[in-house]
Design a protein around this ligand. Structure first.
Ligand SMILES: Cc1ncc(COP(=O)(O)O)c(C=O)c1O
Length: 408
């Protein structure tokens, strides 16, 4: 690796510049675009060098399950953006969540999490951790007294996502961080819905941020990935060895796709957010739509909190249509540009019916408590012209309305 030109400390650069240049490692060929190092292992000049590297006495790569140059570039770039001391990439967002939680706890510990979590995250907290002797308590994320009451002397960590999937409810990150810290616990934030552009959990007091990089970071629906961001100490104490020994490593190819995704993240999120706000306003006035949930609108139940901890409303809109499941299905089936998919953060606009897909495994009473009812749809707004998206939605609503009415 060489870097002959003088370069500025990337920490002093603005995010858009960090996302193009930050973390770049150049080979002896001085390539402009980041190289993909598709290699499992690395050569040592001597046996002595191999020994020293394994002992951690000299820097260098050992094996791509532990670290890889392309993956290292992605980690460095994400750490710069997030303002984190360290980052570790994982094969998926779920591998990041699992490692961030499992890496910290042992049998006899306790975890507190918000009830409104992505289904697989709920599985880790509710089903997996208790199987290994780690008790968990789920609370209403917005109820700070419930957080305080749930804390126990053995509570090791608290876990939230904000905005939540799929109702876009918010959790006060700064306040929950204070409660966690007062009880000697850490706070882990799944920041997928806000994206690294619109919310900075570490600055708000969280200890760990996790992402499904599968979503906005790639942003073009290609590869899976995840990342854990925290202090050097947290990564060294809880994450480094867990990932190295259990092996949910990000592939070099996927890291390269993510690096290229990061270059355009600010402009994509800015454009998608602007379109989401336009669509939310359209939906709020549209016949056949009974409720719109968008953190950037003044009628969002937690608009004040959104303004406090986010710099924008985000790229997702949740809304309810008349006619319950039949109305929602009729509407989504009548769309022609917006695709039906449970994915999000993509250049293509995607819509899902959480009750029957992402949140199907929840008990009906859990869904009712979270406001996931039969007419609810979650729209991930893409990069298409927003006027085409509005026309698509307006047309589908006009088609679905009779079906919705008939189902009532
Ligand atoms: C909020 C949230 N967290 C975590 C994940 C898991 O990410 P991945 O699919 O990359 O494992 C998702 C995926 O949909 C998500 O929406």
């Amino acid at each position: 690796m060489s870097s002959p030109r003088k370069s500025r400390d990337p920490k002093t650069l603005r995010p858009a510049t960090q996302l193009v240049h930050g973390g770049t490692l150049r080979s002896q060929f001085e390539e402009t675009s980041e190289a993909i190092f598709l290699t499992q292992g690395y050569l040592y000049d001597t046996m002595e060098q191999a020994e020293a590297r394994f002992k951690g006495e000299t820097p260098g790569f050992i094996y791509s399950r532990f670290a890889n140059p392309t993956v290292a570039m992605f980690e460095k770039r994400m750490a710069l953006l997030e303002g984190a001391e360290a980052a570790r990439a994982t094969a998926t967002g779920m591998a990041a969540v699992t490692a961030a939680l499992m890496g910290q706890v042992k049998a006899g510990d306790h975890v507190v999490a918000a009830k409104a979590l992505f289904g697989s995250c709920l599985y880790v907290v509710e089903d997996l951790l208790p199987r290994f002797g780690v008790a968990s308590t789920l609370v209403d994320g917005a109820d700070l007294d419930a957080w305080r009451k749930a804390m126990r002397p053995n509570t090791k960590t608290c876990f939230i996502e904000s905005p939540t999937n799929p109702t876009l409810a918010l959790v006060d990150i700064a306040e929950v961080a204070k409660i966690a810290h007062a009880g000697g616990a850490t706070l882990v934030v799944d920041n997928v819905f806000a994206t690294p552009m619109l919310q900075h959990p570490l600055k708000l007091g969280a200890d760990v941020v996790v992402y499904s990089a599968t979503k906005h970071v790639d942003g073009q629906g290609r590869v899976l990935g995840g990342v854990i961001l925290a202090s050097e100490k947290f990564i060294a104490d809880h994450i480094h060895n867990f990932l190295r020994q259990t092996g949910p490593s990000l592939s070099a190819f996927n890291a390269w796709v993510m690096l290229k995704g990061l270059e355009t993240l600010p402009i994509r999120v800015e454009r998608q957010q602007r379109s989401a706000a336009q669509i939310a306003d359209f939906l709020a006035a549209a016949p056949g739509v009974t409720r719109v949930l968008y953190p950037g609108r003044a009628d969002h139940p937690q608009f004040a909190l959104a303004k406090k901890q986010m710099t924008g409303g985000g790229t997702l809109v949740a809304f309810e249509v008349e006619g319950g499941k039949a109305g929602a299905f009729a509407f989504a089936n009548a769309l022609s540009i917006i695709g039906i998919s449970n994915n999000l953060g993509d250049a293509k606009s995607l819509i899902t019916h959480p009750e029957t897909t992402t949140h199907q495994r929840l008990k009906p009473e859990q869904r009712a408590e979270l406001g996931i009812n039969s007419g609810l749809l979650r729209l991930s707004v893409g990069l298409e012209d927003p006027d085409d998206l509005v026309e698509d939605i307006a047309h589908a609503l006009s088609q679905a309305h009779p079906a919705a009415k008939a189902a009532e």
